[in-house]
Design a protein around this ligand. Sequence first.
Ligand code: HEM
Length: 405
Amino acid sequence: MANFKKATSIKDWLNQRLAIEKVEKVMGSEYWIPKNINFLWAMGMVLVITFAMLLVSGIFLLMYYQPNVDLAFDSVNYTIMREVDFGWLWRHVHGVAASVVFLIIYIHMFTGIYYGSYKKGREMIWISGMLLFVAFSAEAFSGYMLPWGQMSYWAGMVITNLFAGGSLHADGFVEWIRGDYVPAQAFLGRFFMLHVLLIPLAITGLIGLHFAALRIPHVNNQDGEEIDFDAESKKYLAGDKAGSKVMRFANDFMSKDMMVVGVYLVFFFYLVFFNYSFAMDPVNFDPADGLKTPAHIYPEWYFLWSYEILRPFSVDLGLILFAFAQVIFVLLPFLDRSPNAIAANRRGPMFMIWFWLMLSNMIVLTAMGKLPPEGIYSSIGFVSAIVFVAQWLALPFITSFEKKV
Ligand code: HEM
């Protein structure tokens, strides 16, 4: 048995049993962060804070929500919004956070792409990040079912229909997913379980994996510099703080992170108090009705780009391209053949054009996904979807010509 001494303080007592000083060093005061990074590197922390707000507000909503097709709509729109003190506040926090989290995820992802943070030993950070993206998408979709409004019902119908696999007609599979012929009680019950238990558990585990994947390669930097973290941290600990290229995560870098988090929270609570309606679809304020199809069924803004890749094509081709759009980002570390892990503007013009075209094209796809698929909109959507696929097919070729900088 280990040799325990009489503790001199509570800290010492805990330290002998849990090695808290060592844990604090590994996670905080000796977690080394490069100095040459900008505010975009705070997005990871902004995501952690937003996820925490989703969890806390979700727990409060769960106290009054009823996962029953006859009660769900009223439990949200009447009980929580009108009867429970501050129920409206928790609902607005939850709804706004669910939408804004995707904006931050997209900024975080495109920061990673711009600075090549998925290359050279950082592949697992990227892959775990993309798994988080998929898990957040499933979490948002399952949550959207819960108020049991018209959009919940019809979006649930359309998305589960995708699993029929077009002309494969896997109809039994769709019913198996729904637990019924149409979205009904079994459907609501299982999406409730996914939303409040299974997917949040998976997200928590994936965040752990994402952080673990960061520990060995360390955080990238805006110059793509290969920092010798051992040598630089020794320099810092020896007292040459100004000459060292790294700083401590806690409390030095964290204070910079918190500055960005503070600005973000001002923006966030502005939305919660004054502009929450952007996160709530007006059609979803009508209760679910299986006999009344809404004129336009469209997903939330963060799914629109991939929805627009599905829409302009025949059912089978549309499904194949939709599946392509869902998985292709995961493969980025292997499709980018360049020897450089530096910012796009220093990698030569080809990747720079690829990056900005990808970003602007996805914004165009998002805008077209919201508009009815008619006339000029459907033509633009069609061209944008082709450009999206062509860009991914071209990536391995354009990057393999890149010279080492
Ligand atoms: C919502 C869940 C997520 C959380 C909580 C999260 C958190 C973090 C944190 C705290 C960092 C370190 C600081 C920073 O660079 O911001 C980080 C880095 C990173 N994340 Fe995420 N992230 C999430 C989702 C994603 C997604 C969807 C991707 C895209 C695939 C991704 C890709 C990356 C990459 C590539 C890095 C490394 C950045 C670098 O080395 O410079 N993350 N993440």
